[in-house]
Design a protein around this ligand. Structure first.
Ligand code: MN
Length: 138
């Protein structure tokens, strides 16, 4: 059995090419074939977020701490609180990140497709799109 011990894999800063603001990533797993699993614990500073992107077989976001935001293109911005799980459908443009005034950490889980393809990245999320009033929490 492999155990990746805490503290043995350095935290990485997410690339400015695909993120706005300071975003820190702790790797959880990059599965070895036949596994297609990918999981990362992602820490967003206030106002930080991903660029618009999509995942070939979707993504699951599990909110760990703080207050977050997530939006599927064409739908309202949604608030995420610790314990919430957001299901991102396959090949659907979306973004996720922190609230404007709060840290946010989520566990991001996805799988590559049968061609080995992962995340497709698009343009950054504008301040205007990021700042839209989120939907009330049901
Ligand atoms: Mn995503």
């Amino acid at each position: 059995m492999e155990i990746h011990r805490a503290g043995k894999r350095p935290t990485k800063q997410a690339p400015a090419e695909n993120f706005t603001g300071v975003v820190l990533q702790d790797p959880v797993v990059v599965g070895k074939s036949p596994s297609r699993m990918r999981a990362t614990n992602v820490h967003f500073t206030p106002g930080a977020r991903t660029a618009w992107h999509s995942h070939p077989v979707g993504q699951v976001l599990y909110a760990v701490s703080g207050v977050g935001r997530v939006q599927l293109e064409g739908e309202p911005v949604q608030i995420l609180h610790p314990g919430d799980t957001a299901l991102i459908p396959p090949n659907t443009r979306h973004w996720h990140g922190a609230a404007p005034d709060m840290l946010f950490t989520h566990l991001a889980m996805s799988e590559i497709n049968d061609k080995g393809e992962g995340t497709a990245w698009f343009e950054h999320v504008s301040d205007a799109d990021y700042g839209k009033k989120p939907a009330p929490v049901a």
